[in-house]
Design a protein around this ligand. Structure first.
Ligand SMILES: Nc1ncnc2c1ncn2[C@@H]1O[C@H](COP(=O)(O)OP(=O)(O)OP(=O)(O)O)[C@@H](O)[C@H]1O
Ligand SMILES: [Mg+2]
Length: 161
């Protein structure tokens, strides 16, 4: 079973980029180093990997510019936004993408089982979090906004788990 840890999201995000060997194509902004998420490391890595791999796969040249931002919305809620400059998702398809095995028609030729975002949503639900998706009016680029319960502490020693 996965143990619940206090995680630095910036570090975990960087590990995922390193694992995918794509750091040079990714811009990371505002990932708070003084906030800790209380969750399983495997789960957090999976969330990031699903979003980053989609940003690559659904970009016409597979060279996305990705911006990841983290902020505390309030004392109880932590928000992560991952934005890419890829294909975008048509408004009328957005409600489908979190369902297992659902894919946007125009990119059906892309490999994949259509499971990534269904898994992402399930993981977030486990922690009492959620996700919404938005595409810019131009139809280009996608932003996934994740919310998770926040545990803001300055050091791991000050917490009893
Ligand atoms: N960043 C994105 N930009 C554009 N479209 C996206 C993006 N992320 C997801 N989508 C659309 O949502 C669909 C569902 O995504 P999901 O990750 O669940 O499946 P997949 O990537 O097709 O397959 P798998 O994740 O199982 O390899 C995708 O097929 C794609 O059409
Ligand atoms: Mg995917």
């Amino acid at each position: 079973m996965q143990s619940i840890e206090l995680l630095n999201p910036a570090e975990v995000f960087q590990e995922v980029l390193d694992d995918l060997s794509i750091s040079s194509r990714v811009v990371v902004q505002d990932l708070f180093s003084d906030h800790r998420l209380r969750m399983g490391e495997t789960d957090l890595k999976r969330l990031f990997a699903i979003l980053v791999s989609n940003a690559i796969k659904f970009h016409p040249k597979r060279t996305p510019h990705i911006i990841a931002k983290a902020q505390a919305l309030d004392a109880a809620t932590w928000q992560l936004e991952v934005t890419d400059d890829g294909d975008g998702i048509p408004k009328e398809m957005r409600h489908l993408i979190f369902m297992p095995m659902s894919k946007v028609v125009s990119r059906d030729k892309e490999e994949g089982a259509g499971m990534g975002l269904a898994i992402l949503k399930k993981i977030l639900r486990t922690y009492g979090g959620g996700v919404i998706v938005d595409t810019a009016e131009s139809g280009q680029g996608t932003t996934f906004t994740l919310t998770l319960p926040v545990l803001a502490v300055q050091s791991e020693e000050s917490i009893s788990v």
